[in-house]
Write a protein that binds this ligand. Structure first.
Ligand SMILES: [Zn+2]
Length: 338
């Protein structure tokens, strides 16, 4: 802090009566000296106050800058952000009716997604590890998940979902819509964070989540807050989120009762379908295998046929969310597809 900066312009500082006298060329009376001394003190106080005034916004600004670099503005065209929500280690390929040699890697990527639309935004899937259960260190760390039925899973994470959102100027309160492909724990971890958004869900899925009959692994504590969220119950096969055909939630039941996939129409990239868990490994598609733990394997087969037809009709690409190799090739936030 440089007080000299705030001193009277081009005026030598006066430290004692002798200096003052020699500077001004006349004899200083005791009374005048007191006045001068008071002035110097006043100048010092004014300078100190000014310095504080100028320094606080700087400090405050720096804090604000690190807390939220900027507030995201609605984009002119639809954007799709891919977040890194970690890698899930899968030890048992038998659950997918596959063998280890059928796949490039048994590891699964966990993608979380933000669709930023000129009229609002949507979070699609929220990962396996709740942000508030660990602290990022800047390096990949292994988190252990114990599911309510006693099953254990390991996942590697190095970034939180909220941290990645913050990096591009979004906080959970900025999110208008939340949709989950389905209720399994590896898609719901941070769902509670978006309880202030409008939840887009099918009745049969919601019923299973809150006391109904479910299949596979749930972590109800991660989505409990959604019970009180503003909710839109989707009743149609296709639900057009923003009313312009660019973001469509499509029913694809089987993995769970109300499982769904997401179609996003992008101006430059073209159409993309986010698979949810319609498939986990590309080998399920090429070798025609359906996992053992589906709510209904027959429904899954029918949904795969329906989504294939949809891909053909729209010309969209299919992004298998858990496909480690495919996911590794995708641009990650803060980059985006448009
Ligand atoms: Zn999954």
């Amino acid at each position: 802090m440089n007080f000299a900066h705030f001193a009277p312009v081009r005026r030598k500082p006066v430290y004692n009566a002798a200096q003052f006298a020699s500077q001004n060329g006349y004899l200083l009376t005791r009374a005048r000296f007191r006045v001068m001394k008071r002035n110097v003190i006043r100048w010092f106080l004014v300078a100190a106050a000014a310095a504080l005034l100028f320094s606080f916004p700087t400090i405050g600004g720096a804090q604000t800058a690190s807390a939220a670099p900027h507030k995201a503005q609605p984009p002119r065209s639809v954007r799709l952000y891919v977040f890194d929500c970690g890698v899930l280690h899968n030890a048992d390929m038998g659950r997918f009716n596959l063998k280890a040699e059928d796949v490039a890697t048994t590891d699964m990527s966990m993608g979380c997604f933000l669709i930023a639309h000129p009229k609002g935004n949507l979070i699609w899937d929220t990962g396996a590890i709740p942000d508030d259960s660990w602290t990022p260190t800047g390096r990949m760390t292994t988190q252990h998940v114990t599911l309510p039925d006693g099953q254990k899973r390991d996942a590697d994470v190095d970034k939180t979902l909220l941290g990645q959102l913050k990096e591009i100027g979004y906080s959970p309160s900025d999110i208008n819509y939340l949709a989950l492909s389905h209720y399994h724990y590896d898609h719901t971890a941070n769902a509670n964070e978006f309880a202030s958004a409008t939840w887009l869900v099918r009745q049969i899925e919601r019923d299973a989540m809150f006391g109904g009959k479910f299949s596979g692994s749930l972590q109800p504590s991660t989505f409990s807050a959604l019970q009180k969220s503003k909710t839109v119950i989707i009743k149609t096969d296709e639900y057009d989120v923003f009313g312009d055909g660019s973001v469509i939630i499509k029913s694809a039941p089987g993995h769970t009762q109300g499982h769904q996939v997401l179609y996003v129409k992008l101006a430059k990239t073209g159409g993309v379908v986010l698979s949810g868990d319609l498939y986990h490994y590309p080998a399920e598609k090429t070798l025609d295998r359906v996992p053992t733990f589906e709510f209904s394997q027959d429904q899954t087969r029918a949904s795969r046929v329906a989504v294939d037809a949809f891909l053909k009709k729209t010309g969209a690409q299919l992004w298998i969310q858990h496909d480690f190799v495919g996911n590794a090739k995708l641009k990650k936030s803060p980059q985006f597809y448009e």
